[in-house]
Design a protein around this ligand. Structure first.
Ligand code: ADP
Length: 160
């Protein structure tokens, strides 16, 4: 059976930390679905379509990575996509505590789905989408923190 993993997140925007986790996980899974959680109540900086477009660009030469979005429970999306694995990245002890609760609750809801964690590379541990958005909002250059294939000047974020 094909090993399919879902990598869920906001990806607002995708960073080099996210990219590295997906590329490393390609040695573990046959297919990875980068799934953007579409939360109608949570306002994002980049619209859903833009976030998906950026991720597609990053993995355009990687046929084993698919980009999609979903609403509702992540485990329901996994079942719908025939994915038996949930992929998450861990940066810090705070990430661990947060992720532990989510993974344990997901396991209680859907015991057939395993969450797999990859520890971030040390150079990526301080990088998160919130900081990247703050740099962009303040007129700084965030290109160091986003994948090289993305030109942030091509996209316009929404102020909140
Ligand atoms: P969420 O909205 O769920 O916080 P994110 O888009 O921030 O989603 O992140 C999705 C996943 O990527 C999470 O598992 C998160 O821990 C991981 N991640 C985010 N930034 C990094 C990074 N710099 N290095 C490794 N993993 C990361």
């Amino acid at each position: 059976m094909k090993k399919i993993a879902v990598f869920p997140g906001s990806f607002d925007p995708i960073t080099i930390g996210h990219e590295a986790i997906v590329r490393r996980a390609l040695s573990l899974f046959d297919e990875i679905i980068v799934a953007v959680g579409a939360n109608a109540l949570k306002k994002s900086f980049y619209p859903l379509a833009v976030r998906k477009e950026m991720i597609k660009k990053v993995f355009q030469n990687e046929p084993r990575v698919r980009v999609d979005h979903y609403e509702g429970l992540t485990v329901d999306y996994c079942k719908k996509s025939s994915a038996s694995y949930l992929l998450r990245g861990l940066r810090t002890a705070a990430d661990f505590e947060f992720e532990r609760a989510i993974a344990q609750v997901n396991k209680a809801m859907a015991s057939e789905i395993e969450t797999v964690f990859l520890l971030t590379s040390p150079e990526h541990s301080p990088i998160n989408s919130t900081i990247v958005r703050d740099i962009i909002r303040s007129g700084g250059d965030a290109s160091l923190f986003v994948p090289t294939s993305i030109d942030l000047n091509e996209y316009k974020g929404e102020e909140d």
